[in-house]
Design a protein around this ligand. Structure first.
Ligand SMILES: Nc1ncnc2c1ncn2[C@@H]1O[C@H](COP(=O)(O)OP(=O)(O)O)[C@@H](O)[C@H]1O
Ligand SMILES: [Mg+2]
Length: 341
């Protein structure tokens, strides 16, 4: 249903997407997982027929997105990252307006139908401006379904929603996905794992991993980062930790605590706790936290778990270097943490 071959997109001198190749079949929900700036939105806009690629070939239901973009748009429902909605319109009027733009002959029936699909029949006369963010996302989804497209392209459909709304929207997507092909982007690993049949991980414009959620989980299982906090001065901790079996990649974090990864399959926490206490520290906290997407890429793209190397230890003596390796642990990471725990 979706065929992408060698897709590349440059914005001026900047390459946003490089040589992507993937397919999606009918009934499949394909996840597009990657951090901000990975190239998800760019790819989705090209697949929807709204922007031409710089090079490469994309076919949707057998139609070329460049040569036959009208045919493509007829078959694709696109829900952009920010759905342009008109706050002063009612839900019904907005959807009717969108249906008319598409020259749908049975516009009103189609609107009723999509309202039912997104479970908003009772909101038809409500003003869009008064809707919660979750409800607006549903209107965005409804608008993408008006022309009964075979392919749905959803750009981060759960971004900015609260947990209950996220659950609702995910369920909705899974229901809708049964008869269609869905490409869904997200920067949340657990969302891709829950909703999708297959996941492509994209980073810096390239596909780095393609796998089923089950296999991804297996490849990631046991990989954790653990934060360790002690009372008072934590100066000597790094030295102690690096001699504990099962501990990998120790770095100081910004709050005076220390973080390390376990070697997959090993749980070094009891040994760490003992070593810390034996060395005379007061142990305040030892707690696993989610891996950032960057760390997940590292885990997934290295075949064998690497034992810690001398280079890892040498890094410990250079706090600036270590800080940098965790510098991008901001919003994305929080999203992952709150999702996964
Ligand atoms: N209209 C644009 N002009 C120039 N650069 C852009 C434009 N849109 C996106 N980019 C750049 O292309 C890269 C991919 O962006 P995007 O596709 O939006 O990624 P994502 O959706 O995964 O966050 C980023 O480096 C971004 O800064
Ligand atoms: Mg985006």
């Amino acid at each position: 249903m979706i065929r992408v071959e060698g897709l590349t997109k440059d914005y001026g001198a900047r390459r946003a997407v490089e040589n992507l190749t993937f397919n999606a079949e009918k009934g499949e929900i394909l996840g597009f997982l990657g951090p901000n700036g990975a190239g998800k939105t760019t790819t989705m806009r090209i697949l929807s027929g709204y922007m031409p690629p710089t090079s490469g070939k994309v076919e949707i239901a057998g139609f070329d997105v460049v040569e036959q973009s009208l045919e493509v748009r007829r078959r694709v429902g696109y829900m952009p990252e920010t759905v342009p909605l008109y706050p002063d319109m009612t839900v019904f009027d907005y959807l009717k307006f969108m249906a008319d733009l598409r020259h749908l002959s049975d516009a009103e029936d189609r609107v009723d139908d999509v309202l039912e699909k997104v479970h908003m029949e009772d909101r038809a006369d409500g003003y869009i401006g008064k809707l919660s963010k979750g409800m607006r996302q549903r209107v965005g989804l409804a608008q993408a379904l008006l022309h009964e497209p075979e392919v749905l392209i959803l750009d981060e459909p759960t971004i900015g929603l609260d947990p209950a709304q996220i659950t609702d929207v995910r369920k909705l997507i899974q229901d809708i996905g049964r008869e269609r092909t869905i490409l869904l982007s997200t920067h949340i690993l657990s969302e891709a794992q829950q909703v999708c049949n297959r996941v492509l991980i994209i980073n810096k414009g390239k596909i780095v991993v393609e796998d089923t959620p089950e296999k991804l989980q297996a490849r990631l299982s046991g990989a954790q980062r653990i934060v360790l906090k002690v009372g008072g001065d934590s100066d000597g901790l790094l030295n102690i930790l690096k001699h504990v079996e099962g501990v990998n990649r120790v770095v100081p974090n910004l709050n005076g605590a220390v973080e390390f990864e376990n070697i997959p399959g090993q749980d070094p926490r009891p040994a760490v706790a003992r070593a810390v206490v034996e060395a005379g520290y007061d142990l305040l906290e030892i707690r696993p936290i989610g891996l950032s997407l960057e760390e997940i890429f590292l885990q997934l793209t290295r075949d064998e778990p690497e034992p810690p190397t001398t280079a890892d230890y040498e890094r410990l003596d250079d706090p600036i270097d270590s800080d940098e390796s965790y510098a991008d642990e901001t919003n994305d990471n929080q999203a992952i943490d709150s999702e996964d725990r």
